[in-house]
Ligand binder design. Structure first.
Ligand code: ATP
Length: 234
C-alpha cells in the first residue's frame, strides 16, 4: 500500500532522514519507533506532503506522491494525526470533526460516519457542542483521531498518540487504534512508547539518527535484546 524507498530529508545542512526504506501493507499496523530526534516526525510529514524529500520516493497505492500537494494526498486516502493533536481551539468538537470532512461531498454518508465516530468515542458525543480547547489531552487525541477518520482514510498516520497522556488514556487510545485496524483502515504509527506500539503492531521498524537499524514483526522486536536494552528499560 505504502512504499518508502531511499528516502532522505534535509533541513538546510542537517540531514534528518538517511536513505530510509520501509513499507506498509494493506490491513497492517506498522510501528516506527525511535528516540527523540530520530527522524520519525520528519518521515510522517514527508509522507503527508508537508516536507519535500531531498532524495527517494514515496509510493501510495502504486502512485508516487513525493511531489504531490497535501490536499491531494488526503483526497487519495492518506490522513495524518499530527503530534500534539493540533485541534482547532474556538471551534466546537462537532466543528472540529467537520473540518476533517472538508474534502467530502457525500453528506448522507457523512452523517452515518459522525454516528460511527461518536460510537467509537462516546466522550466526543457528550462534548459535541463544547469548545475543543477545553478538552483534556486524551480527549483531544480522540478528537484528532476522529477528525482524521472523517476524511475516510485508507491509511491513517498517527504521530505519537500517547504523548503526554495518563496510562489509562494510553490504553484506551491503543485499543481504539486496534479497532480502527479491524474496521479496515491500515495504520502507520510513530511512537516513543515502544512497548505499546510494538505490542499492537504486525510489523515494526526501529529508527536511530535517521537510519532504520532493525525491523521485524512486533513480537520479534519486543523480544529483541537490542530493543529491550535501548527502548524498554532493560
Ligand atoms: P520527536 O519524537 O522528538 O519529535 P522525531 O524522531 O520525530 O523526534 P524529528 O522531529 O523528525 O524527530 O527530527 C529529526 C531531526 O531533525 C532532529 O535532529 C531535529 O532537531 C531536526 N529537525 C526537525 N525539524 C527541524 C526543522 N524544522 N529545522 C531544522 N531541524 C529540524
Amino acid at each position: 500500500m505504502l512504499r518508502v524507498q531511499n528516502l532522505s530529508v534535509h533541513y538546510g545542512m542537517i540531514q534528518a532522514v538517511r536513505e530510509v526504506n520501509f513499507e506498509v501493507n494493506q490491513g497492517e499496523i506498522v510501528s516506527l519507533i525511535g528516540a527523540n530526534g530520530a527522524g520519525k516526525t520528519t518521515i510522517l510529514r514527508t509522507i503527508s506532503g508537508l516536507i519535500r524529500p531531498s532524495k527517494g520516493s514515496i509510493t501510495f497505492e502504486g502512485n508516487e506522491i513525493q511531489k504531490t500537494v497535501p490536499q491531494k494526498i488526503v483526497a487519495s486516502g492518506l490522513s495524518q494525526v499530527p503530534e500534539g493533536r493540533h485541534i482547532f481551539p474556538g471551534l466546537t468538537v462537532q466543528e472540529n470533526l467537520e473540518m476533517g470532512a472538508f474534502l467530502r461531498k457525500d453528506s448522507s454518508e457523512m452523517k452515518a460516519d459522525y454516528e460511527q465516530i461518536f460510537k467509537k468515542f462516546p466522550i466526543l458525543a457528550e462534548r459535541k457542542t463544547q469548545d475543543a480547547a477545553t478538552l483534556s489531552g486524551g480527549e483531544q487525541q480522540m478528537l484528532a483521531m476522529g477528525r482524521a477518520l472523517m476524511s475516510k482514510p485508507k491509511l491513517l498516520l498517527l504521530d505519537e498518540p500517547s504523548m503526554g497522556l495518563a496510562p489509562i488514556f494510553i490504553k484506551e487510545i491503543f485499543t481504539i487504534i486496534q479497532e480502527i485496524q479491524q474496521q479496515g483502515t491500515t495504520v502507520l504509527l510513530i511512537e516513543q512508547n515502544a512497548k505499546m506500539a510494538l505490542s499492537i503492531a504486525n510489523r515494526g521498524y526501529v529508527l536511530e539518527t535517521g537510519n532504520i537499524v532493525l525491523e521485524g514483526t512486533g513480537a520479534e522486536l519486543l523480544a529483541s535484546e537490542e530493543v529491550k536494552k535501548a527502548y524498554l528499560g532493560g
